[in-house]
Ligand binder design. Sequence first.
Ligand code: NAD
Length: 256
Amino acid sequence: MLKGKTALVTGSTSGIGLGIAKALARQGANIVLNGFGDSEGPTSEIAALGVQVAFHGADMSKPAEIADMMAFAASRFGRVDILVNNAGIQHVARIESFPVERWDAIIAINLSSAFHATRLALPAMREANWGRIINVASVHGLVASAEKSAYVAAKHGVVGLTKVTALETAPTGVTCNAICPGWVLTPLVQKQVDARAAALGVSNEEAKRVLLGEKEPSMQFTTPEELGELAVFFCSPAGANVRGVAWNMDGGWTAQ
Ligand code: NAD
């Protein structure tokens, strides 16, 4: 379905971003990966799906590096047809003890990077009259949890940016939507499981049950594979007039 298209997924060396990149590659899209850590493993996993793949290690907190990554993608594949703004980090602390440097980093990586990548991707999408921008927000773009001030502020911002992008592109073949996962067992959440296990003096499995039990009625983690299929739907012909939604995949978290 996406043969001949190019998808750039930020923060795709791990977790949800890698899951979305694989799902788009299975539909035939060429992939530009981004992120920290091991890039060779994810690059070979995508190449094994029979599509072209490139990697750019831009630090998404740095607008100049984001610009370099977008120029790299255009020079390698012509243009970015599908942009998935996914890179994100977390820090958990009460507001009065929240490190100022962590606040700045979370706003830069989780929110401002989506603005920068979007503003740089839109001109070529408009010219082609086709494009898909998918912002990986969170249930924390819709509701709050204590001790996550920067994350919740950034993710609410991402949902707002999604709506504005959708309105500005509404008369065109470009769409923009947000995905709002509940708990997904990636390295970002494993850190929170470990912290909970240590604080409560319980096993890893018990800490997972505690985390799920507080928020997710299904008592199940959403998977990167499931989120990847939602991204595929947004890119499909049936998704052509889905604009500005914040689609939760959260085991009932926000239904309560
Ligand atoms: P993860 O830690 O597995 O992956 C994060 C990715 O972002 C990695 O590839 C990492 O290298 C990259 N990254 C981090 N800082 C970066 C930077 N400055 N520049 C470039 N890349 C950077 O986490 P994940 O759980 O897969 O999270 C992906 C997205 O999903 C995030 O935006 C997160 O907020 C969101 N999310 C996660 C969950 C969850 O439960 N895991 C729930 C809702 C939303």
